[in-house]
Design a protein around this ligand. Structure first.
Ligand code: ARG
Length: 713
């Protein structure tokens, strides 16, 4: 259904290029012909009159740009936001436009004095989604956009203009019927282009090139007219290349060209010369897919940077926001609170954004908290589509109007709900453990996570580089080691739990004796690794080599590349590592110390394992379960040079467990960075060296505080 269209124009009786306020006017002062301008304007007027009703506002002497009625203001329904011109050269037009709006029954809003906004020249409604695209950068101020959102009650998407030639949004951007968009991407910054691409599907975007752009092809008037049950889609513009006309034709548009060269000299064309004053409000909320929700953020919002991260998340995913209130508190230590309205073009974008906001700790305002949506598990080991994917942060779900804490928090799981006599129980489960009879939380309603400030404060782990390209001083690594040693010592003394995950590099870099010592001295309570660390550790203690290298002399030994296979074979003959220790075959090293000191270990197999050792768990599901069991209750996890095992362990471990990741490769260290600096420490250094410093430091502490435990060195 199309409605009759009304357009406002202003005859060019006083039109001229009198001054320069845009690049098109440069060199054109008094160079336009009044007669030709009248003729061109009249042609446009006649064309438009066949498709629409054209109203006229009387032109005024001394205000030559008043012909460009697009800049009168912005209309939606019976509301008009009056323009506030940026340049004094045009400010005198304002009262005339204001009168016209008032006389024609519009409710007129005026912006604060120093807040420029140039009306429909810089604000265009999307013809399918109903939101408002608003430009800023040259003539309109970004700060004007929230007023538009409020007064017109629409979602506003702000686009930044970056090319002076395209100083108004309507010079390079033209939303068309059915959600098509004719535009010149180069006129916008990357961020805006991304936003456009998120909102307008590729098949609806008609990007034009510079030649069409400088002919003002985007400055077009799009009118639909229904006649005899047929809808005609007309686009009136100055000029378009054959290629562009063809493209538009293919999409069902008829291009009508009408030359407007005299107005181009002032930087305007067809669209600038018109203002559509019948701008129907888009379908009611239930008819339009536009989604909107209010979230609340609480905490030390400024210190933690939470607000800006949340707002960035909204924009980067194609949503928009309006900050409803922001209470900073009175003292620095006070918590602050903000409520933000989030809008998104459809439910799936909203779900995506909300999922991320929840992970940042956003919640519904208490009066709006709703219960989580649950769906039954229909096939064991498979979650319903759209299940909420968990993070490492403590999470609560709202069930029967109560917040229930989720147990067994880990990353990348689903939240399974079981009903018991005592009430609902929520558990974090990996997919394969989901069972029939359980239900799973889907979507993002009724979920909240508790982020600690530190995890938000820095999204990067503190990294300390040692061996790496001379980045930081040795002293800094020593300082980290001092802190870690202190932590280890305290955890041991209070009977806490430290888990070590280690890769074979520990052995190759000479760290074996140090790690053995840590185990012997009671600092390690579980060891996680793969086949390789165990094989090379035992190779070293049984044959003196690691991967065939003589560890003392640093040279490869003749036939050494077979050493590790001989070791595997020997252990296989014994039946297990523990039996090799019992039989006196294995008499030192990391695995030996584990057996001797009753430190449980789990070795997870992989496709590249030789052997494997009898202790290596080649059933990965069992291996994952073994890891999870050993991690449970850990206070600290030391991750020593194993990308695979460290990241695996990171995913299984809830927030609140201290992690120390040591690797020569900064990429591995950075992987754990999401946890923030209090919870995770990254040390980019040689792991053998790190372990030796750590042992030294622990012994210094021992000297200082006396030994809590028997020490055998
Ligand atoms: N000379 C006018 C100005 O610079 C041209 C306005 C063109 N209008 C438009 N909606 N693009 O303000």
């Amino acid at each position: 259904m199309t409605q009759p269209v009304r357009i406002l124009m202003c005859a060019p009786h006083h039109y001229d290029v009198d001054y320069v306020i845009n690049p098109w006017m440069e060199g054109n002062v008094h160079r336009s012909s009044r007669d030709l301008a009248e003729e061109q304007w009249n042609k446009l007027y006649q064309v438009l009159k066949t498709y629409a009703t054209v109203d006229l506002v009387p032109p005024q002497q001394g205000w030559p740009d008043m012909v460009f009625t697009a800049n009168a203001g912005l209309v939606l329904g019976d509301v008009a936001v009056l323009s506030r011109f940026f340049h004094p050269e045009r400010q005198g037009e304002e009262p005339y436009f204001q009168n016209w709006f008032a006389e024609n029954g519009f409710q007129v809003h005026t912006l604060p004095k120093s807040l420029p906004f140039e009306g429909a020249g810089d604000a265009l409604f999307d013809r399918a989604g109903g939101w408002l695209w608003a430009g800023y950068g040259f003539r309109s101020e970004l700060d004007a956009h929230p007023y538009l959102a409020k007064w017109l009650d629409v979602e506003v998407l702000s686009l930044r203009l970056v090319d002076r030639r395209f100083y108004h949004l309507d010079t390079c951007f033209c939303p068309l019927t059915d959600g098509y968009l004719l535009y010149y991407p180069e006129a916008f910054d990357t961020y805006s282009n991304r936003l456009i691409e998120l909102r307008v599907p590729a098949e609806k975007r008609i990007a034009i090139d510079e030649v069409d752009a400088v002919n003002f092809a985007c400055n077009a008037v799009n009118i639909d007219r229904s006649q005899d049950g047929q809808v005609e889609r007309i686009i009136v513009m100055n000029q378009a290349s054959d290629g562009l006309k063809q493209q538009l034709n293919d999409r069902g548009f008829t291009v009508i060209e009408t030359p407007l060269t005299e107005f181009l000299k002032a930087g305007g064309a067809a669209k600038c010369l018109t203002l559509k004053v019948t701008e129907p409000r888009h379908a009611a909320p239930n008819g339009s897919p536009l989604q909107s929700r209010v979230i609340r953020l609480e905490g030390h919002l400024l210190d933690s940077g939470l607000v800006s991260r949340a707002l960035d998340t909204i924009l980067a995913n194609g949503g928009s926001f309006q900050v409803l209130n922001f209470d900073l508190g009175e003292q620095r230590q006070d918590q602050s609170r903000a409520e933000v309205r989030v809008s998104a073009p459809d439910a799936s974008v909203m779900a995506d954004i909300m999922g991320q906001l929840i992970d940042l700790g956003a919640m519904s305002p208490p009066q709006q908290a709703s219960n989580a949506t649950l769906e039954p598990v229909e096939k064991a080991g498979v979650a319903p589509d759209d299940f909420y994917v968990t993070t490492i942060y403590p999470t609560e779900v709202r069930i029967q109007d109560q917040w229930v804490k989720v147990q067994g928090q880990r990353m990348d799981g689903a939240i399974a709900i079981t009903q018991t006599a005592e009430g609902p129980i929520a558990r974090c489960k990996i997919l394969r453990d989901l069972q029939l009879g359980e239900s799973v939380v889907v979507g993002s309603e009724g979920i909240r996570t508790l982020r600690n400030e530190s995890s938000l404060k820095s999204s990067k782990t503190e990294e300390f580089s040692f061996m790496g390209a001379g980045v930081s001083s040795e002293r800094r690594v020593e300082l980290v080691v001092e802190q870690i040693a202190w932590d280890l010592r305290r955890i041991r003394d209070r009977g806490g739990k430290v888990v070590v995950t280690a890769g074979p590099v520990v052995i190759h870099t000479g760290g074996s004796e140090h790690l053995s010592q840590l185990i012997r001295e009671g600092y390690v309570h579980a060891l996680l690794g793969g086949n390789a660390i165990a094989v090379h550790d035992m190779e070293q203690s049984m044959l003196g080599t690691s991967l065939g290298m003589d560890m003392k002399r640093g040279v490869s030994v003749h036939g050494g590349h077979r050493h590790h296979l001989k070791v595997i074979n020997a252990i296989r003959r014994c039946g297990s590592i523990a039996q090799a220790v019992d039989q006196g075959i294995l008499t030192s090293g990391i695995m030996y110390e584990c057996v001797k000191n009753n430190v449980p270990f789990a070795l997870a197999g992989s496709i590249r394992d030789d052997g494997p050792l009898p202790d290596t768990q080649m059933d990965l599901l069992t291996a994952q379960a073994d890891y999870a069991r050993l991690i449970d209750g850990a206070d600290m996890i030391l991750m020593l040079s194993s990308m695979l095992h460290s990241i695996g362990v990171g995913n299984m471990t809830p927030s609140g467990v201290k992690m120390v990741c040591v690797d020569i490769n900064p990429a591995v260290v950075t992987k754990l960075s999401d946890r923030g600096s209090i919870e995770s420490t990254g040390v980019v250094t040689d792991v053998g060296l790190f372990l030796s410093l750590l042992v030294q430091q622990l012994h210094r502490l021992q000297g200082q505080y006396g030994s809590g435990q028997a020490v055998s060195v």
